[in-house]
Design a binder for this molecule. Structure first.
Ligand code: ADP
Ligand code: ZN
Ligand code: ZN
Length: 821
């Protein structure tokens, strides 16, 4: 042990409540800076990568500081802005800095002794360029598919091989094994060529003769030749359709006859070498006014909300703002919900901003993520605009000018598991404030809390776009009463006669259709099969959930319970049902109703495969599919040109969801799905099938009445004490042993009750109380506006600590979720 009075505090990528202190030499103290990584020993034999948070000379009191193994960086990879943000996140979301470190850094930055190292198969390696020690590792990996860091230490006969591993990663020789690993998906485009048989004149002549009785097909072949003579390039199916004015099915017929052959080519949508290929669009007068309003609002306020109907051109307005920020030499963060990160948006922005745009996303490979991280860290021109999902709030910005949060109402901005359970929109606002930068929230259906912050609290500015671009009309929305249709025997399966009529008409005119059904399988809600009613909790304004083992209906917030009734409390019918129906069933029924039509389904089950999501979207875009059946995946920001009709199969299953936001979410979802219809010149049509056509939310959806929805929801939130009026913190206890969870939860709720009185709800089992062999039990704390958030959290932490000091309860996992909505 050397004798030094220099120390560092580090964050380890594990959930420790406190920072850990290590000893360093004087020389190291002179070299180290905050934000560099060091390799440190922890526990018996483990080595971790840790991040330097502070450098000081205070001797730790509780333990003797160990020495570090090694310094891993020459420059900090994390800057002071990030450290400030992370401290805020840790205290606001009640998690450790270690949780945050793990979520924030690409895993290649966090090597530890258990990390698996593999060869980078994409690189050609010249082993002569490797140093001796590097070659040893390289050679070992020729014989073994993967090695742990500790194995590599043994091979190198070194206590710590991390610096060598780091060098090899930089040289692209090796990489870290990851499960969540998927490269950006290439877009597959369908092409056709003429079967080689017809390259001779005779055969071609023959072909035209056989096609005399199929004039349309003949027309297609002629168009094919026209295209072929004007361009020497492969011929896209979509171009051929346009040229010959044929349908996709007619081309398919020629393919089936082996006259045309189809094949796919990849077109790269994200080519970062791209030069700027188009100027940004000129805004129309309404968009211009909105842009000016936003700029004006930013003079006095840091956050603005853009409430613009679907297809009003919000993206074009964002683009103009981005241009002004880029002119100031600043960075822009453009956040989108996980699922909306489509190639459509990427190629649009790529065309405007060329290689200044970088994409950051968990689906990207590790090396790509490291690359973007470094570009942002160096404030490089290659990442002036970062387009990313929620984890991009962790990037090392140093000169941020603007954050855009598109579709700000989206639930996927909130991380539920594991910690940090942060909300990317709210974190973005804090991040922007660190830079005195502006935040723009955009949505066609703003969340109640953001609209509240704008119009009631006046914390945010507000700008609106009320018409669609080019004055395309908002779709016409028709409510179909399926209770009545059932009575009059006008249903075929789950399809009303109205829906079938509209579908037939759309298909006859070669338009496409989207059918929306939110459900995939089991539902914990009881619904009357006759009237669609679903029993509600009288305290909480949410649907009760069915608990099989006691044959009860329970509120999963407050524990209110009734015995499972035999008859519907609204209409008396005895057909109470918790099965519901899903996308798969709808797809099957469509195939029976319209046997000649091509149907595709998009839900979690059909998009698991590597390129499946992209493939479904592409084939729908190219009109190879006529009807797309899907869950809420089909609602997200997609811009399909040819969709005329949207059918919502059953609105009630949305409205009855057991959540205080069910009505708000239903409104948002239905408006978003409706927004997919008629985005070009023809007016779209939306049919909503429901048992309760007089439901307030459905009336508001059908009249596009966001304001009524907002004020009514706000009233309910006052009455039932929910956000944005009250804040929520959810505490979940988790353990294998049912009794332990039960006893622990009782104890915890009682202690919390002594402090927070009637604002403690539960403990209550959620509808699905056992997940992966672990029982869950929840306690909900409501926090009134005038109650100090800081003191509340202190009190909760204190109770949590006394809880965990009880021997019996120590093995129980306690999960805190702040702003659980
Ligand atoms: P939103 O983001 O509000 O849903 P988009 O920005 O996607 O709307 O615009 C809808 C469509 O209208 C897009 O195809 C877009 O290119 C087009 N568009 C919007 N504004 C303009 C404009 N000023 N000039 C030309 N096209 C526009
Ligand atoms: Zn009923
Ligand atoms: Zn309740």
């Amino acid at each position: 042990m050397f004798n030094s009075n220099h120390f560092i505090d580090v964050i380890l990528p594990i959930p420790l409540e406190k920072q850990f202190t290590y000893a360093i030499t004087q020389a190291e103290a002179g070299f180290l800076k905050k934000g560099m990584r060091v390799a440190v020993p922890f526990g018996k034999r483990k080595i971790y990568t840790a991040l330097v948070l502070d450098i000081h000379q205070k001797v730790p009191e509780a333990y003797e500081a160990k020495e570090i193994h090694q310094i891993l960086d020459e420059q900090p990879i994390v800057n002071e802005f990030q450290m400030k943000l992370w401290q805020w996140m840790s205290s606001y979301y009640m998690c450790t800095l270690g949780d945050i470190l793990r979520a924030a850094l690409p895993s290649a930055f966090l090597l530890e002794s258990e990390t698996n190292i593999v060869l980078n198969k994409n690189e050609k390696i010249n082993d002569l360029e490797l140093k001796d020690d590097e070659f040893l590792v390289y050679e070992a990996l020729q014989h073994q598919s993967s090695l742990k860091v500790r194995d590599i230490n043994n091979i190198l006969d070194k206590k710590n091989g991390l610096p060598i591993i780091k060098r090899l990663i930089t040289k692209n020789v090796i990489t870290v094994e990851e499960e969540l690993y998927e490269k950006y998906k290439p877009k597959l485009v369908r092409y056709v060529k003429l079967n080689v048989v017809y390259s001779s004149e005779d055969k071609l002549q023959e072909l035209f003769e056989t096609l005399t009785r199929a004039p349309k097909q003949r027309q297609i072949i002629l168009s094919f030749f026209t295209l072929n003579s004007t361009t020497k390039k492969p011929i896209k199916v979509s171009d051929l359709i346009k040229k010959s004015e044929a349908s996709s099915a007619q081309i398919k017929a020629l393919v089936n006859k082996n006259i045309l052959e189809e094949y796919y080519l990849q077109t790269d949508r994200v080519s970062f070498e791209n030069e700027i290929i188009s100027d940004t669009k000129n805004l129309n007068s309404e968009q211009t006014i909105t842009l000016n309003n936003l700029i004006k609002s930013f003079k006095s306020q840091n956050v603005a909300l853009l409430h613009g109907v679907t297809s009003s051109g919000k993206t074009e307005v964002y683009v103009k703002l981005i241009e002004t920020i880029l002119k100031q030499g600043k960075q822009v963060l453009y956040l989108v919900p996980e699922i909306a990160l489509t190639s459509q948006l990427v190629s649009r922005l790529n065309a405007y901003f060329g290689n200044q745009i970088a994409v950051y996303h968990s689906r990207y490979s590790l090396n790509e993520r490291v690359e973007v991280w470094n570009h942002v860290l160096n404030n490089s021109d290659k990442a002036k605009v970062v387009l990313g999902a929620r984890s991009s709030v962790f990037l090392p910005f140093s000169n941020l000018g603007l954050i855009i949060v598109d579709e700000e109402h989206e639930q996927s901005y909130k991380q539920f598991d594991p910690a940090p359970r942060y909300h990317a929109r709210d974190t973005a606002i804090v991040l922007a404030n660190l830079f005195k930068a502006k935040t723009l929230l955009g949505s066609a259906t703003p969340s109640v809390e953001s609209f509240f912050n704008a119009v009631k609290e006046k914390k945010y500015g507000l700008a609106e776009l009320n018409t669609r671009y080019n004055n395309v009309l908002m779709p016409e929305i028709e409510l179909v009463d399926i209770k009545d249709k059932q009575k009059r025997k006008r249903m075929r399966g789950h399809f009303s006669d109205r829906l079938i009529e509209e579908m037939t008409e759309a298909l006859d005119n070669d338009y496409q259709i989207i059918l929306f059904q939110n459900r995939r399988g089991f539902s914990p809600i009881i619904e009357c099969h006759t009237c669609g009613h679903s029993p509600q909790c009288s305290n909480c304004d949410v649907s009760l959930t069915y608990h099989q083992y006691k044959n009860q209906l329970r509120c999963h917030y407050c524990g209110y319970a009734i015995a499972m009734p035999n008859n519907c409390t609204a209409c008396g019918s005895s057909e109470l049902d918790n099965k519901g129906f899903g996308t798969e069933q709808i797809e099957e029924e469509v195939k029976v109703l319209f046997p000649k039509v091509k149907v595709a389904r998009m839900d979690l089950d059909t998009t698991r495969g590597k390129y499946s999501y992209e493939r479904i979207i592409t084939s729908f875009e190219q009109h190879e599919v006529d009807i797309l059946v899907g869950t809420q995946m089909v609602t997200k920001g997609l811009d399909f040109r040819n969709v005329k009709l949207v059918g919502i199969m059953n609105a009630d299953s949305l409205l009855n969801f057991p959540d205080f936001r069910a009505h708000e979410r239903s409104f948002q979802l239905m408006q978003q799905v409706a927004g997919r219809a008629g985005r070009t010149d023809v007016r779209g049509k939306v049919l909503i099938q429901t048992y309760n056509p007089y439901h307030k939310i459905l009336q508001q959806v059908s009249t596009n009445d966001y304001l009524s929805m907002f004020y009514e929801q706000l009233d309910e939130r006052y009455n039932y004490k929910y956000p944005p009026i009250y804040r929520l913190i959810k505490i979940t206890l988790r353990h294998r042993d049912y009794n332990k969870v039960n006893d622990g939860a009782e104890w915890m709720a009682k202690s919390l009750g002594q402090v927070f009185k009637q604002y403690v709800l539960g403990p209550e089992f959620p509808p699905i109380s056992r997940i992966r062999n672990q029982y869950h039990k929840n306690i909900l704390i409501k926090i009134p506006q005038n109650q100090s958030l800081l003191k509340t959290k202190e009190a909760i932490l204190k109770i949590k600590n006394s809880f965990l000091s009880i021997k019996d309860f120590r093995p129980i996992k306690v999960i805190l979720n702040v702003d659980n909505y």
